[in-house]
Design a protein around this ligand. Structure first.
Ligand code: ATP
Ligand code: MG
Length: 394
């Protein structure tokens, strides 16, 4: 099936001068090289939206009428990636790159169930605009003319803090159900209202998320919770019936609330955060429940704990695949809890030197401040043990 969406042919053009300090130097360099080679080129998407809202963009995306092959030829340090969507990454460091896409046509190939199969037909700027998800995400910035180009009403939506879908929400969510969790994330990040149409469609179509691969959901989950508004995102995912398609073993409790707030505070203070910690919190109750069940038959405490960890993680990665290094960390945090609770004198030094001690300790602290207030003595013990270890070092 082929879907073609209409777009307004005459866009709104608004002069805007973004401070050079806010614009990414590498993105500007990429734009400049493509422009000088004679192509049309713009900054697009989240970066334009965030710049208009005076927020610091997370990343800068570039879009052009040059084909991926033409872009690749312009940059020595670049590589072509993707199958469903072909893109070019212009590399500036091992993990530092600017993504360059070629305008896509409004034509997408969808399967019988409406899911996009292929989206590699190149098109014009106005066609590219209408295949993006929300109006606020379809704004283009012409760096040379210092002008924002708007085909879909994104500028107005930014002004009134509203999130509207480009086209019909029902069909656009069917094409790509991940847009439902993106809608929730943007609404919390930007403090913007979801349109009534979007709200209604998410509630009705939440189960479409089942069709998304666990690898893709992992990428999205990181974006959902590694931020200052993770608690609100969590609550909205639950309200809209989406959470069970990401974490079916998770049910809200005071520990999860505390950990989300804690994550926000750490990000605000520029402290490091790892997704392992939050995922360990989300799945802790499930691990405990499994442990109680297994322990009825398994006499070894250690083996029962290990088995409970494995079973809960196996269930989780069916929904959202977690890389091995994360599941190892999650298990380490969990396995450390009974050891921290026991406070065996012989184990103190070993635990203090454990590479995951700090995470295990932080986990214990948050448990004591939420679901396990009886652990206060244990927390005090480990706080003192760290102070003593520090004094002995000096
Ligand atoms: P942020 O980077 O802050 O998470 P973003 O809007 O830049 O937000 P990205 O995932 O970086 O999000 O995507 C860049 C742009 O690509 C979006 O602004 C949007 O125009 C388009 N886009 C991304 N994902 C989709 C999707 N699933 N469907 C349609 N368009 C999408
Ligand atoms: Mg982005």
């Amino acid at each position: 099936m082929q879907i073609t969406r209409d777009c307004k042919v005459e866009p709104i053009r608004q002069s805007v001068q973004f401070s050079n300090k806010l614009l990414d130097k590498n993105a500007l360099r990429v734009v400049d090289i493509i422009y000088k080679a004679g192509f049309e080129v713009y900054l697009v998407g989240g970066c334009v939206r965030d710049l208009l809202l005076d927020l610091k963009p997370k990343d800068f995306d570039v879009v052009t009428n040059a084909s991926p092959e033409q872009v690749h030829k312009l940059f020595k340090r670049s590589r072509m990636i993707g199958r469903r969507f072909r893109l070019v990454h212009v590399m500036f460091g091992a993990r530092d790159f600017i993504e360059v896409a070629t305008f896509r046509s409004g034509k997408v190939q969808t399967a019988k169930n409406g899911v996009i199969m292929r989206d590699n037909c190149y098109g014009k700027l106005e066609e590219d605009a209408v295949r993006r998800d929300f109006n606020i995400n379809a704004l283009y910035y012409d760096v040379h003319k210092q002008e924002v180009i708007d085909y879909v009403g994104g500028l107005k939506d930014i002004e009134v803090s509203e999130i509207n879908m480009i086209g019909e929400a029902k069909a656009r969510f069917k094409e790509d159900p991940v847009r439902m969790i993106r809608a929730i994330r943007f609404s919390e990040k930007l403090n913007a209202e979801l349109s009534c149409e979007i709200q209604g469609c998410i509630i009705k179509q939440a189960s479409l998320l089942k069709n998304i691969s666990s690898a893709r959901l992992y990428e999205e989950c990181i974006k959902l919770f590694q931020n200052e508004y993770s608690l609100q995102v969590y609550e909205q995912l639950e309200n809209y019936g989406l959470l069970k398609y990401l974490f079916k073993q998770t049910h809200k409790n005071a520990f999860i609330k505390k950990a989300c707030i804690n994550t926000s505070q750490r990000i605000k203070q520029n402290k490091p955060v790892t997704p392992a910690f939050l995922f360990a919190v989300f799945l802790w109750q499930a691990q405990n429940n499994r442990f109680v069940h297994i322990k009825k038959k398994q006499h070894s405490f250690h083996l029962a704990m290990m088995q409970a960890c494995d079973e809960v993680i196996i269930q989780q990665i069916k929904q959202v695949s977690l890389p091995k290094y994360l599941t190892t960390r999650i298990k380490d945090i969990w396995m450390m809890q009974p050891k921290l609770e026991k406070m065996y004198p012989k184990k103190i030094e070993f635990l203090l030197n454990h590479p995951r001690f700090r995470m295990g300790y932080d986990f214990l602290v948050l448990r004591s401040k939420s679901i396990n207030p009886e652990l206060k003595e244990e927390v005090d013990f480990w706080t003192k043990a760290q102070e003593n270890a520090l004094c002995n070092h000096e």
